[in-house]
Design a protein around this ligand. Structure first.
Ligand code: GLP
Length: 242
């Protein structure tokens, strides 16, 4: 496990973007596992800057996002489809048919999960998986539970998560109660994992995930078993790891 702690968010974002850019520049058919939430916004901004400065292309890249809310159409401002377009896709030359996000409006959600697993299987394995961490230790939307699933599945969001994400909606009642998430299988199979954490509110859970017992009650703790995990934290989130 490589733990890097940064004095500023900008330094963290730049380092994360450089790791991702390296994969894009050196792999023949790079596959990126993308995350949403507040944490990676700056990383995508830094990646766009690198793309513009260094003029490398995303034309040969394939991406798969971790998750999507059930019921939000693509043009909903809080859908992860909308988020990815705003924060990354519309600023780079990635062909959109090579960018994959689960469809939270599919009429048959189980079929949608299987379709998404087929896409991930066609990738072989993700070259670099970006992850944030929920306050309850979730990764993607793999919530704490007695057992975790390897494949893409529909999940009932916990009250913790609904509350944490309510800040993005005009009221808590508007936060979807369900999501589709990639399971822990493809995440753990990734060649490299970039776990990003920012802010004091992540200090306890980040410490628990990386230094505590490996348990499905803290899904991020499974990352301890990964041979190529990079943890990038700012001073506040990484406070307990020093
Ligand atoms: C969200 C997402 C996760 C994200 C996490 C933390 O609900 N599904 O992929 O990593 O919660 O979000 P944030 O970065 O906003 O703290």
């Amino acid at each position: 496990m490589n733990i890097e702690i940064f004095q500023t968010e900008e330094q963290l974002d730049r380092r994360a973007a450089e790791i991702i850019a390296e994969v894009v520049k050196t792999e023949d058919h790079p596959t990126l596992g993308l995350a949403t939430g507040g944490t990676p916004v700056g990383t995508y901004k830094a990646l766009i800057e690198l793309h513009q400065q260094q003029k490398f292309t995303f034309k040969h890249v394939r991406t798969a996002n971790l998750d999507e809310y059930v019921g939000l159409p693509k043009d909903h401002e809080q859908s992860y489809y909308y988020y990815m377009n705003e924060h990354l896709f519309k600023h780079i030359d990635l062909p959109l048919d090579q960018a994959h996000i689960p469809d939270g409006t599919a009429s048959d959600l189980d079929a949608e999960c299987r379709r998404y697993d087929d896409i991930l299987a066609s990738f072989g394995r993700i070259d670099v998986q970006i992850l944030g961490i929920g306050h309850n230790g979730h990764i993607g939307f793999n919530e704490p539970a007695d057992a975790l699933q390897a494949g893409t599945h529909c999940v009932q969001l916990t009250d913790d998560t609904i509350q944490a994400n309510a800040r993005f909606f005009s009221s808590i009642d508007e936060v979807p109660k369900q999501a589709i998430t990639v399971g822990v299988g493809p995440i753990l199979k990734s060649k490299k994992i970039l776990l990003l954490a920012k802010g004091e509110s992540k200090a306890d859970i980040l410490h628990q995930a990386l230094k505590g017992p490996i348990t499905t009650q803290c899904p991020a703790s499974l990352l301890q078993t990964h041979p190529n995990l990079y943890v990038l934290a700012d001073e506040a989130a990484g406070r307990k790891l020093k």
